[in-house]
Design a protein around this ligand. Structure first.
Ligand code: NAD
Length: 372
């Protein structure tokens, strides 16, 4: 059983049109034809695995972003994608020929969806082609690699985004709006957790060399990133504890971690992540004037939420990746300011991830975060 897929791929009910403030209207009802804008962001995807397929499907409903190319080491996958998405031969690459993308005027941006520990190498390769790059979470194995990726993209003059799809998701955006507008009052506490029971014991996610770490790297980053958008602050200290109930399966990577983030205002976010049980997905932010609870909060949705005022009535669910790719296309094509999804946002998370692992290595010691 692929429990990750079962857990994350909850059915997309895409039954309406969304026009969120600041985002382009995208994704008409599934039955309606997509009306594409004249200007399109032309996207190639690198690493044609499970998530790449989800992004590619979601992009079929985009109005401003088009899938035009692929990078893959598996010729049979390239053939399938070429047929399925009408991709011309000249826009197909493998890991040896990927540098040739620099000579291709028909690709604007490459979306890296390879295993975590390859992100660093692949983002550097794409930056060297002069194309913009989107990299999946976790951005890299650690903050050091992330800084190198940011530097490479800045040197090449290309944009560097992280695949933080929730920053385009209506409930998440509404919670950020409520916090920023003061509707929640002073934020007093955050309690976020995200995990699931991992399936196949042979998968790369359980191998340190390809995954960089375990649950913390894979889905703990949602609880952590969420704590940062719940508070609008950066943590100044971290404590963390790890437990391993299955030391054989999780020999190389972390299984279950709880971690606490201390913010300058005095707020503490109490967070958790796991690879070894289900029903562990919730965001809960409490302010002096109100609260927001999202559950589910971080998966593919539909996200559900309630506040002190009652249920959150947000627009009908649209796949997050449709909103994300149209949102990014709007930003890039129309020269809009970057929201919190750049490499720098990924770096802020990786600094905390490094501190989580350091605290665990040091028996739960409080780690003060040095941003330098
Ligand atoms: P996957 O195993 O399904 O796909 C990985 C792809 O990378 C495969 O096509 C594989 O062939 C390719 N690959 C290239 N070099 C490889 C190598 N040396 N070893 C193994 N595979 C190699 O994994 P996935 O679930 O698609 O995850 C890919 C990335 O996407 C991860 O970083 C993951 O964290 C991220 N992801 C993000 C979300 C999200 O919601 N944002 C969801 C799932 C996965």
């Amino acid at each position: 059983m692929n429990s990750r897929r079962d857990f994350l791929q909850k059915v997309s009910l895409g039954i309406g049109v969304t026009a969120l403030a600041g985002l382009p209207a995208s994704a008409a009802a599934p039955s309606a034809p997509v009306v594409r804008a004249e200007k399109q962001l032309r996207v190639a995807i690198m690493g044609l695995g499970g998530y790449a397929n989800i992004v590619a499907e979601a992009m079929q409903k985009c109005t401003m972003a088009t899938l035009v190319g692929v990078v893959s080491g598996t010729p049979s996958k390239v053939d399938t994608w070429k047929k399925k998405y009408n991709i011309p031969d000249k826009n197909t690459y493998n890991y040896e020929t990927v540098s040739e993308i620099k000579n291709n005027p028909d690709i604007d941006i490459v979306y890296v969806t390879t295993p975590n520990s390859l992100h660093h190498k692949h983002v550097l390769q794409i930056a060297a082609t002069g194309k913009h790059v989107i990299c999946e979470k976790p951005v890299a194995d650690n903050a050091k690699q992330t800084r190198e990726m940011i530097a490479a993209c800045e040197k090449a003059g290309v944009k560097f985004y992280i695949g933080y799809r929730l920053h385009f998701e209506p409930h998440t955006r509404e919670l950020i709006r409520m916090r920023e507008s003061g509707e929640l009052g002073k934020i007093m506490h955050v309690n976020n957790y995200m995990g699931f029971k991992s399936g196949d014991p042979t998968q790369w996610r359980l191998k340190k060399a390809l995954a960089g770490g375990g649950a913390m790297m894979d889905v703990g980053v949602y609880a952590l990133n969420g704590a940062r958008y719940c508070t609008g602050e950066e943590p100044i200290w971290v404590t963390a504890q790890e437990t391993k109930t299955d030391p054989i399966k999780f020999k190389e990577v972390d299984e279950t971690i709880t971690f606490q983030l201390g913010f300058p205002s005095g707020v503490i976010a109490n967070c958790g992540t796991t690879y070894n049980f289900n029903n562990f997905e919730r965001l809960y932010v409490i302010g002096e004037k109100g609260f927001v609870e999202l559950s589910p909060a971080f998966g593919y949705g539909p996200i559900k939420g309630r506040t002190n005022a009652g249920p959150m009535n947000m627009p009908a669910h649209i796949p997050h990746q449709t909103l994300q790719m149209d949102g990014l296309a709007d930003i890039i094509l129309n020269n809009k300011p970057d929201p919190h999804i750049t490499g720098h946002e990924g770096l802020k998370d990786m600094i905390v991830v490094d501190a989580v692992y350091e605290s665990i290595r040091k028996g739960g010691q409080k780690i003060f975060i040095n941003k330098a």
